[in-house]
Ligand binder design. Structure first.
Ligand code: HEM
Length: 221
């Protein structure tokens, strides 16, 4: 089933540094305004939009609402702008907060992601390499660069979630065209296939370690 109609954000709509959540708002699966949604609305959107399992959707939404002090309240995508809570340096598609726009996509950085495709796909190896490239670049240009244990855990968690969800109908790889559309337009591609079975929390957490292993292996190559 194809998602509801895609509409880019209007002047008063707000978006976040997360391409996936923004896509949910651009398709109206989250409010198109990006504003004032409840935790259960976010859980529902993650399940409907990307076929996340209930445990995974609840786990993500719970931590987000807790971290941003929004428990029992509503959240807006602009709440996710704050640097240092979930938003971190050396993102794949955004500049660091200290040196550029850390919210909006940088299309040249998306081209950098695409330059690491292997057989037309972005996979674990591409992401492990990209993390190294992005960290080296940030270290050079950002005197406030911060990428410790917390940031690394968040980044590898995002990659794992991405490969399981967006690459859900495949063997943890995402077609380069899908990456381009999701990151540059924050749109769910028409021919994208949703994971057939709900994405499970423990699989995403376990795979995070596999990405870390691949990343460590690159140090020895
Ligand atoms: C299926 C669900 C999700 C997927 C596939 C996903 C995917 C991603 C990816 C791939 C990135 C990295 C972007 C980059 O490095 O340029 C990212 C970043 C981010 N995500 Fe998500 N995400 C999901 C759900 C969420 C949720 C539920 C939240 C919180 C409500 C969230 C908040 C963020 C934030 C704040 C960032 C920015 C981190 C940074 O500084 O790079 N994401 N997400």
């Amino acid at each position: 089933m194809s998602p509801p109609e895609y509409m880019p954000p209007g002047e008063n709509d707000v978006r976040s540094p997360c391409p996936a959540i923004n896509a949910l708002a651009n398709h109206g699966i989250l409010p198109r305004s990006g504003k004032d949604f409840t935790m259960s609305r976010l859980i529902d959107a993650l399940r409907k939009g990307f076929n996340l399992g209930t445990a995974l959707a609840t786990w993500l939404a719970f931590w987000a609402f807790l971290f941003y002090g929004k428990f029992f309240r509503t959240m807006s995508l602009s709440d996710l702008h704050v640097h240092g809570i979930l938003e971190h340096d050396a993102s794949l598609s955004r500049q660091d907060d200290a040196i550029g726009d850390h919210i909006k996509v940088d299309k040249d950085l998306v081209d950098l992601i695409l330059s690491q495709k292997i057989d037309g796909k972005i996979n674990t190896e591409s992401l492990a390499k990209l993390s190294k490239i992005r960290q080296a670049d940030s270290k050079e240009r950002n005197k406030d660069f911060n990428f410790g244990w917390k940031q690394k855990t968040l980044a590898f968690g995002e990659y794992s979630l991405f490969l399981h969800t967006i690459g859900g109908a495949t063997n943890k790889e995402v077609d380069a065209k899908v990456v381009e559309i999701l990151f540059k337009e924050e749109r769910i591609p028409d021919d994208w296939k949703m994971p057939e079975t709900p994405v499970e929390l423990f699989k995403v957490l376990r795979y995070q370690k596999d990405i870390e292993k691949k990343y460590e292996e690159l140090n020895h190559e």
